[in-house]
Ligand binder design. Structure first.
Ligand code: FDA
Length: 398
């Protein structure tokens, strides 16, 4: 039987951070990962440059049954704290858009940095290691698995969400949480592309690869959400940042509304002015000045004004076109699921956890961090910031 002060299961963003912090505080720490390499999602994130945080981290940009829960950890370990760590390791970054910070070096440099912090703390990292059972053992825990029996005083579950099973995602934390009687918020794919039924899908598939700045909205009243970013047509439907963002707020059988001319303040006035100034111009040519030609052609065809000049368009036709361009109502058939979702919404209900330490309230010594918890960030570095912050909080408390 091996003995540790702290065992962390899952060497992803949150687990690496937590293990390093706990080790540096003098604990004997074991970090268990079932993949052969740590930090798989960090490595592929941000197109290989890891969008590691956001300059504008706010609690409203996280979805959770308790919208206040994440505030404590996020305020105690900020985006600036992570940047300080990066700078100390000689890493640099740049802002792409909307406060999103990307590493100038490859994403692997972020994993190397976290592993270096783990080494500083003397953390033992076990790769390719399976844990088959977890049970209470007095005031600690006993783990059984490929490393034999392990006893630990503190156990941290950090196996992330269900997204991208082929990269090693598992429901391990959710299962162990259930075993300990903890409440779970149903898990769902989030930050995920939409699929559509046949007609819409055929229209979208023909435009596959076309991208357009748009605003996409869903919900009503207090639950209304709107994002202004790029939208991407795909073979199966819609993707791109605007769609990924809204997918986290969409509920099945409801509509999304797309404005493909979000940059134009007054579309009816713009179209009327174009008709006056350039009556001989084809409607598709006018639209093509604000969007890719393929999209302009497809929309005018859909509106049955393909080839029509602006002069021939009645006020009614312009109103119909405006509606189609600015208030395109679509009913997604579903999403591309966990295979394509960037994150998992839901997870261990925050009601079970101490918001300062991530310790399970009625299971002393058990901690749950990262994406496995019911805290889901927007696209743009928020999910890593939650992983760093919750990992850090548990690392100080174990
Ligand atoms: P994470 O998934 O990082 O780590 C969990 C670890 O546990 C994994 O190493 C896994 O193999 C391991 N594990 C699972 N089951 C196990 C078991 N039974 N035993 C042992 N180990 C087990 N976010 C962001 O902020 N900016 C970005 O740029 C991106 N980009 C991005 C791209 C893609 C393609 C995806 C899929 C996701 C992102 N994300 C993102 C989201 C981000 O990757 C995610 O939210 C964090 O990695 C979550 O950190 P965790 O440590 O909680 O889980």
């Amino acid at each position: 039987m091996q003995h540790f002060d702290v065992v962390v299961i899952g060497a992803g963003a949150a687990g690496l951070m937590c293990a390093g912090e706990a080790g540096k505080r003098g604990h004997r720490v074991l970090l268990i990962e079932h993949n052969k390499k740590p930090g798989a999602k960090i490595l592929i994130s941000g197109g290989g440059r890891c969008n590691f945080t956001n300059l504008d981290v706010r609690a409203e940009r996280f979805i959770s049954r308790n919208p206040h829960f994440a505030k404590s950890a996020l305020s105690r370990y900020s985006a600036g704290d992570f940047m300080t760590m990066m700078a100390a390791h000689g890493l640099s970054w740049h802002e792409k858009t909307l406060g999103q910070l990307f590493c100038d070096q490859k994403a692997g440099a972020v994993v190397d940095m976290l592993l270096a912090e783990c080494r500083k703390g003397g953390v033992q990292v076990a790769l390719g290691a399976r844990t088959t059972a977890v049970s209470r053992d007095g005031d600690g825990f006993r783990l059984t698995g490929s490393m034999g029996d392990i006893r630990t005083a503190k156990l941290v579950l950090a196996t992330g969400g269900l997204s991208i099973p082929k990269m090693g995602a598992s429901d391990f934390t959710h299962r162990i949480a259930r075993q300990f009687g903890l409440p779970l918020v149903p898990a769902e794919p989030a930050l995920v592309p939409f699929t559509f039924a046949q007609d819409d899908r055929a229209f979208m598939a023909a435009l596959s690869g076309v991208s357009q700045p748009a605003t996409v909205a869903t919900g009503a009243g207090k639950g209304a959400m709107r994002f202004a970013e790029n939208l991407l047509f795909t073979h199966r439907g819609l993707s791109g940042p605007a769609i990924l963002q809204i997918s986290s707020y969409w509920t099945p059988d409801t509509a999304i509304t797309v404005n493909l001319l979000a940059d134009v303040d007054d579309v009816p006035a713009w179209l009327a002015a174009a008709r006056q100034a350039r009556p001989k111009a084809a409607a598709a040519t006018i639209l093509g000045e604000r969007m890719p030609k393929r999209l302009a052609d497809a929309l005018t065809e859909q509106a049955r004004i393909m080839g029509a000049t602006m002069a021939t368009l009645s006020n009614k036709a312009l109103a119909r076109l405006t509606d189609m361009l600015t208030a395109w109502r679509l009913y997604p058939a579903g999403t591309e699921g966990y295979a394509k979702a960037e994150v998992t919404k839901g997870g261990v209900d925050t009601a079970a956890l101490n918001q300062k330490t991530m310790e399970v309230k009625d299971q002393p010594g058990l901690f749950i961090i990262g994406e496995a918890v019911d805290v889901t960030g927007w696209l743009g570095g928020y999910n890593f910031q939650w992983a760093w912050a919750s990992g850090w909080a548990a690392g100080q408390a174990v």
